[in-house]
Design a protein around this ligand. Sequence first.
Ligand code: HEC
Length: 147
Amino acid sequence: MRRTGVAALLAALCAAPATAAPPPAWKANCQVCHQADGQGLAGQFPRLAGRAATIATKPAGRAYLAAVVTNGLAGRITVDGTPIIGVMPSFATLSDRDLAAALSHAARGGTAAPFKPAEIAAARTTPMKNSAMTELRARLVADGTIP
Ligand code: HEC
């Protein structure tokens, strides 16, 4: 009987769905604002879940996401029809690997490939002022890259 119980427990554990536990870099650096699943907080922190997955399907979108984490972003944006006037600091002090892992978590669930550390390294070679970030974002909203 005990054996059966253990076997049943093992079977149940093996059948459990794979957990989508956030990577440590996300938990330590992003979750406090964007929340565990990237769902954000309306009017305060933009939802990334579902949105980053779309943005990351286009090369320009991927470069934008890498630029956000290496430069930060401040000012007024509109997400899900709600304005957000916020400040996201730069996370340039984190490693390429950690930033790639954090962005991959934000962009999961769609068809976009996970981020490679090289994509973060590429963003670092072109530091951008906030005015340039704001212009870039507006362009990507206009052409449909950013929902
Ligand atoms: C202190 C809170 C805070 C933390 C921590 C934070 N963010 Fe943000 N993030 C924001 C805010 C606020 C914005 C919107 C900025 C604005 O209003 O211009 C934003 C914007 C973004 C955007 C752009 C969204 C868009 O629609 O253009 C991405 C991508 C992003 N964050 C990813 C991350 C990742 C990845 C991390 C962790 C490495 C992180 N954020 C950590 C507050 C935060």
